[in-house]
Write a new protein. Structure first.
Length: 264
């Protein structure tokens, strides 16, 4: 049995429906007409390379998938995929290293599209202290380390909330991008049994948080962090487009004091 390759029109229609917008709305965003959009989706009209890229931009199609759209339309891929260890990426690697080091003693890391850890600072290493070797064997995976019952999960005080937040984040990403590796990771980590928390650590008065915190025990201390995630603006490389920098900001004075004492 042969499987036909989806046309560019079929792929664009799938992305449009995934974004929940009509042909008329897409036409308005792309400075086109609903008739032309319809013709492209049904294969009656072959879009220009510029139109493919414009529609992909208005539909917020991931950079990796924009290459697939171009190929389906008969054009060459526009975006390279360069390995991070390539000499041309030296400036990027150095910049990431400076950023992570400068954020110490607070935790920060960089992950790729499937949450494999690309780089991390000493604040992250501190949190991973004592985890079993099989979870720390490269490539480290941030979701796996966090939610595995032998990973950080038993140390997280608000595991049910934090687990729900992470799984919902992955669900949104899966809905936005056609990523089978990400879906496979989601199926794995969502099936982990919820580990029982061990040890109570120190107790403190409730703190009014500005966002859902990660509340985690470390060496008898209770630490609280709120997470911020940044991506690169208008990336022209698939690898760069799929990188995310996560920084963990201390959510209360006690966490700040403890981390600074470690730095001292």
């Amino acid at each position: 049995m042969t499987t036909s390759t989806p046309t560019v029109g079929a792929l664009l229609r799938t992305w449009r429906e995934r974004r929940g917008i009509s042909q008329l709305e897409l036409a308005g965003r792309a400075d086109s007409s609903s008739r032309h959009i319809s013709f492209i989706e049904t294969g009656r009209s072959r879009p220009s390379e510029e139109m493919v890229l414009r529609l992909a931009d208005r539909l917020d199609v991931p950079v990796r998938e924009r290459n697939s759209l171009l190929l389906a339309a008969g054009y060459a891929p526009r975006y390279a995929q360069t390995a991070l260890d390539d000499p041309s990426m030296e400036t990027l690697r150095e910049g990431i290293e400076r950023l992570l080091t400068g954020y110490e003693p607070y935790p920060a890391l960089v992950v790729d599209a499937t949450y494999d850890v690309v780089a991390a600072n000493r604040g992250i290493v501190m949190l991973l202290d004592g985890l079993p070797e099989h979870l720390l064997t490269p490539p480290l995976n941030a979701m796996r380390i966090t939610l595995h019952p032998e990973g950080l999960a038993p140390r997280i005080r608000n595991l049910a909330q934090w687990r729900g937040h992470l799984l919902a984040q992955m669900e949104r990403q899966i809905a936005l991008a056609r990523s089978e590796p990400l879906r496979a990771l989601y199926e794995e980590v969502s099936s982990y049994p919820v580990a029982e928390r061990t040890g109570d650590g120190e107790r403190r008065e409730p703190v009014p948080y500005i966002a859902l915190p990660l509340v985690i025990e470390h060496d008898g201390h209770l630490l609280s962090f709120v997470s911020s995630i940044a991506t690169f603006n208008t990336p022209m490389d698939v690898t760069v487009a799929e990188l995310a920098i996560e920084t963990m900001l201390p959510a209360d004075p006690a966490t700040v004091k403890y981390l600074r004492s470690l730095g001292d």
